[in-house]
Structure formats: structure tokens, C-alpha cells
Design a protein around this ligand. Structure first.
Ligand SMILES: C[S@@+](CC[C@H](N)C(=O)[O-])C[C@H]1O[C@@H](n2cnc3c(N)ncnc32)[C@H](O)[C@@H]1O
Length: 272
């Protein structure tokens, strides 16, 4: 297909996306940016990318829609199962043990870049199954994609999307509705879905567990470091950070410590 953008315009769009979100389009990803841009041009009925660039600079709503359109939202329930095993077998027992001593009964979790909800709902199922009586939890699930968040907050998944959810979890946490499954309110009520751009401070504090998986992969190193530093400030003094299977903090100057369990690797902030 003929290229849509001159080199200069590609640089302009790429810089705008990067400045606004941290998402970094390399030259190799140029066709993806161009195809998403074509779609937006069609929707707003503009022919020239230059005019669209002007619109993005004037309209905060169009900027949000454009950023939404350039995100990749692939996800699934129990993605990288080993990390959920580590949550159940290592993280929850440790937090429960420490919090019990301090008289703290609430555990706070954050799914940062939650996409269409499969990740925070999986976190919630693991918490429900493993948190002992007397403890509560809440999950903040945030994303830059409003479309994904709307989908997530509905909590309705077709049969195909349910792949990987054990039958006993379906039985316990979902109702069969039409051609799919509806997350029950018992689970949904534990999750607050929130529009948030990781480029900025979330305002969250004292979070005990952060999942930010398969998000940093779209950022370059300086943008990754900014996000990771902000996580540090949002997390409690004894807390855990999970990043994607193919992601690493190696080479980034961070205060997190690497930890390896039988089933997963993660990062810790242990100050007390
Ligand atoms: C590939 S999905 C990962 C979903 C889930 N964490 C998982 O691992 O299955 C990446 C998500 O990160 C979100 N994202 C990308 N840049 C973001 C930013 N700057 N702020 C918040 N979310 C962002 C995208 O909208 C997308 O939903």
C-alpha cells in the first residue's frame, strides 16, 4: 500500500504519540501507525494527515481517541499462569503474614494497562480463592484506552475469550448469559476501572501489588524508567511488581529488587 505520511509527518505523529503516552513507534512499526491513522482519517472525514495533526493539537477528545486507536489491547485470562501461581503461593501469604502483624487487613492491587479486563478479573479470582477470612482487597484497573475500559467494566466475555478459565472458576464467578459469560457482581465490585495515562502520576499510594504486563514493551527506555519510578512512589513499603514475561527492568536504573520464585520472576520494594 502507498505510504500515507512523508518522513516529516511520520516524525510529527510519532513524536506526538510518544510525548502524550510514552508509546514509541519505530520505523519498523510505521505501517501500523499509518493504518490506524487511515482509520481515524476516515472516521473524522479528513483527507490530509496534516489537517488531522492540526485537529489533534486542538481537540483533547480527538487526541484521546487517536491514542486509544494506536494501542494494542491483546490480553487473555490467566495470561502467564506462573505469575498468578506466584501471587497465590508467595505474594498473598507474605502480605497476609506481614499485615496481620501490623493489624492491616486490606490489600491493594493495581492492574496498570488492564486492557479489556481479563487481567484484573484474573487477579480478583486469585484473591478470592486464596485470601484468608478477615482480609479484604481492592483492585484498581486502569488504561489509556477508553474503548477497552468500557468493555472491561461490562465484564461480558464470549465463549472464545473464556479459554484458560478453569471450569470451577466459571462456575463460581460467572453467569452464563446468551452466547457468553457475565462476571458476577461479587467479583466486579472489587474492581474500580479508571481512565489513566501512565505518563502521569496516578495518585495511587500504598499499593501492595502492581501488575503492569505487556505495556512497557511499547515504550522506549526513558519512558519505561519514568513509569517504573512512578510505580515506586505508588507502592507500599513492602510490595511486589509484576511485569510481562518478555519484559525486564535490566539496564534501567531502578530501586526494585529482582525476585525469582518457582513459577515466576517479579520485582520487590522491600523497605521495612
Ligand atoms: C497488550 S495490552 C496488555 C494487557 C494486560 N496487561 C496483559 O498483559 O494481558 C497493553 C495495554 O496497555 C495500554 N497502554 C499503553 N500505553 C499506555 C499508557 N501510556 N497508559 C495507560 N495504558 C497504556 C493499552 O491501551 C493496552 O490496553
Amino acid at each position: 500500500m502507498e505510504t500515507l505520511l512523508t518522513d516529516q509527518l511520520f516524525t510529527d505523529f510519532r513524536n506526538l504519540v510518544y510525548d502524550q503516552s510514552g508509546i514509541h513507534f519505530t520505523e519498523a512499526n510505521r505501517p501500523i501507525l499509518e493504518s490506524r491513522l487511515r482509520e481515524r482519517l476516515r472516521l473524522v472525514k479528513l483527507d490530509k494527515p496534516q489537517d488531522y495533526l492540526e485537529l489533534l493539537r486542538k481537540s483533547p477528545q480527538e487526541l484521546k481517541d487517536f491514542l486509544d486507536s494506536v494501542t494494542t489491547n491483546l490480553t487473555r485470562f490467566y495470561r502467564n499462569q506462573g505469575q498468578f501461581d506466584a501471587l497465590a503461593e508467595v505474594v498473598i501469604p507474605d502480605l497476609v503474614d506481614r499485615n496481620r502483624k501490623k493489624g492491616k487487613t486490606k490489600i491493594s492491587l493495581w492492574s496498570a494497562g488492564c486492557s479489556t479486563g481479563e487481567e484484573p478479573y484474573t487477579m480478583a479470582m486469585v484473591m478470592e480463592k486464596n485470601l484468608p477470612p478477615g482480609f479484604e482487597y481492592k483492585i484498581t484497573a486502569s488504561d489509556l484506552s477508553l474503548k477497552s475500559l468500557m468493555f472491561a467494566s461490562q465484564g461480558f466475555y464470549t465463549e472464545m475469550k473464556m479459554e484458560g478459565v478453569p471450569p470451577q472458576d466459571i462456575e463460581r464467578f460467572f453467569d452464563k448469559v446468551g452466547d457468553g459469560y457475565q462476571v458476577r457482581d461479587t467479583l466486579k465490585s472489587k474492581i474500580a476501572f479508571d481512565y489513566h495515562n501512565l505518563k502521569f502520576d496516578s495518585g495511587l499510594r500504598d499499593v501492595d501489588v502492581v501488575f503492569c504486563r505487556n505495556v512497557l514493551i511499547y515504550f522506549d527506555a526513558p519512558a519505561q524508567k519514568n513509569v517504573i519510578d512512578r510505580f515506586w512512589n505508588s507502592m507500599s513499603n513492602h510490595s511486589y511488581l509484576f511485569i510481562g514475561h518478555s519484559e525486564s527492568l535490566f539496564g534501567l536504573d531502578t530501586r526494585f529488587k529482582f525476585m525469582k520464585t518457582e513459577s515466576a520472576v517479579m520485582y520487590t520494594k522491600f523497605l521495612d
